[in-house]
Each structure stands twice: as structure tokens, then as C-alpha cells.
Design a protein around this ligand. Structure first.
Ligand code: THG
Length: 265
């Protein structure tokens, strides 16, 4: 499973302050710690101020690339920021994200083909997030029609089935898991990614809930997650679940993580 490391995100207080202060040491340290902890991609999100965002994201991209070759995941609500980040990356990034919303189809989808290693596709559109599996499948089919027409291979599309917090919607996780199973049956090459921590919003001891959801999502075929690789108990659960599901030949990943002191109870 690919870890997309989440902590260089301007919605987090410390990261926001570091971006505002152009704190190179903070950003590079956080990038390197996430890489050492197993990140396949580093999500970079400059935060919330739309006017400053392209400049801020370019600074983040440049600053991270000074210390690591790990590819980036360009995460922005602003297509202009994604475009500005794309002009700077040294290796093909993940693009986060497209959706069925018109501004994402017009502003972000045209940037993907030929420039990115993959694109995250959120199952929502201008009418919002469909409540049930069939509604999400309608959005998924339309998005795949569009990505295929744009020349993007299904294997480069990371569908995010959108896990709604179980505190606000009792079947929030189940709809996401069932959507993954249904879409995999129709489009076996498509990959799946989730923003792991959404599921536990509003609940105490969120990490326990995130771990449970990760294990269930792996069983449903999860390929990637935006998550905190520095959380050793989450990382341990991920490796244990993959091993138990037969995705770890000779238990090699789990046992080498144990030898590196990464497995915790
Ligand atoms: N899907 C996609 N992209 C996304 C999301 C998604 N990008 C943003 C977000 N969701 C994923 N990124 C984060 C980054 C940090 C945290 C959660 C999600 C985080 N949150 C803690 C909290 O909210 O309590 C704060 C902990 C801290 O301060 O360190 O860390 O769903 N495609």
C-alpha cells in the first residue's frame, strides 16, 4: 500500500506557521521524517488563502525537493496552485485532486495527462457527495469516461470513495467500502485511496478508529492512503493487515519493520 504522507498541510497549525514564516528547516525536517517513516508520496498543501496559494505551494515544492527525491502529491483547492506546482516538480507527482465538479474537470483534469504519476478522483460532483453506493457509482463512471477520454490509464486513477465521519453518518465507512468493491468489479485496474482520518472526525481517541478503518479498507482493496506515517501504531496495523491478507511475501515487510523497531502494540 502506498502511503501519501499528510503532515505538510497548511490546515495544520504548525505547518501553516512554517509556510508563513518560510521556515525551511521545519518543512525539510518534516519531509525527511515522513520519508524515513515510509512515505511513497509527500502530500503538499499550502493551505487556505487562495491569493497566496500558488506562491506558497511553489515554495513548499522547492523546499521539499531540496532534501528528498520522494515524489510529491500536489494538493490544492486552487487549480492555479496545482499548475504552478507542476511547473516545478522534478519527478511526476500525484495530483490531488479531480472530482465531478465542473471547476475540477475544467481546471485540473487537463493538467494530468503526460505530467503526473497519478490523479486522485473524489466521488462527488456539483450536487455534493452522493449518499449511497449507486449514486457514487454514477459519479465514478462519469469520471472514468472523462479520464479515459483525456488519455489517462485507469491504473493511474486513484478513486477516493469518500469516507464520511461515522459520527455524522452511521454507514459512512460502509458506503465507502462497498463503493470500492462495486467499482473494482467494473473497472479492475482502477486504484483506491482514502483520506484516512476523515472517518474518525468528532470521536475520542481517533487513532483507534483510523486503524480499524484502514484494516477494513485494505480488505476491500485499498491501494493508497493519505495518512500520518509517523504514527507507529497505524503503520504497524497497516503492515499486519497486509500480511494477514496475503500481501507480504515471506512476511518480509512486517519482519523487517520489526527489526527496525517500527512494530508496536
Ligand atoms: N482526500 C484527499 N485529499 C485530502 C483529504 C482527503 N487532503 C487533505 C485531507 N483530506 C488529508 N490530509 C490531512 C492532513 C492532516 C490531518 C488530517 C488530514 C491531521 N489532522 C489532525 C486533526 O484533524 O485532528 C491534526 C493532527 C495534528 O495537528 O497533527 O493531522 O480526504 N484526496
Amino acid at each position: 500500500m502506498l502511503i501519501i504522507a499528510e503532515k505538510l498541510n497548511g490546515t495544520l497549525k504548525k505547518t501553516a506557521a512554517a509556510i508563513a514564516a518560510r521556515d525551511v528547516a521545519f518543512v525539510q525536517d518534516l519531509a525527511l521524517r515522513q520519508v524515513a517513516a515510509g512515505a511513497a508520496y509527500i502530500d503538499v498543501n499550502a493551505g487556505t488563502a487562495p491569493a497566496r496559494e500558488p506562491d506558497d505551494l511553489v515554495w513548499l515544492v522547492d523546499t521539499v525537493q531540496e532534501v528528498t527525491e520522494t515524489p510529491l502529491c500536489l494538493d490544492s483547492a486552487n487549480p492555479a496552485a496545482i499548475q504552478a506546482g507542476l511547473a516545478r516538480v522534478k519527478r511526476p507527482p500525484m495530483i490531488n485532486s479531480i472530482s465531478g465538479e465542473r471547476n475540477r474537470i475544467e481546471g485540473v483534469l487537463p493538467l494530468v495527462a503526460g505530467n503526473a504519476a497519478g490523479v486522485i478522483a473524489l466521488l462527488l460532483d456539483d450536487n455534493g457527495i452522493p449518499k449511497d453506493v449507486e449514486g457514487r457509482m454514477v459519479v465514478a463512471r462519469r469520471l472514468l469516461d472523462l479520464t479515459r477520454a483525456a488519455g489517462i490509464a485507469d491504473k493511474d486513477v486513484y478513486v477516493d470513495p469518500l469516507a464520511i465521519a461515522v459520527s455524522t453518518k452511521q454507514d459512512g465507512a460502509l458506503v465507502a467500502l462497498d463503493t470500492m468493491r462495486a467499482l473494482r468489479a467494473e473497472a479492475p485496474e482502477v486504484r483506491f485511496s482514502v483520506g484516512l482520518s476523515n472517518i474518525s472526525f468528532g470521536l475520542p481517541i481517533r487513532k483507534v478508529v483510523n486503524r480499524a478503518f484502514l484494516t477494513l479498507a485494505l480488505q476491500a482493496g485499498l491501494d493508497a492512503a493519505i495518512m500520518d506515517p509517523l504514527d507507529d501504531s497505524l503503520y504497524s496495523e497497516m503492515l499486519a493487515a497486509e500480511m494477514v491478507l496475503g500481501r507480504d511475501r515471506f512476511c518480509r515487510k512486517y519482519t523487517s519493520a520489526f527489526r527496525a523497531n517500527r512494530i508496536v502494540a
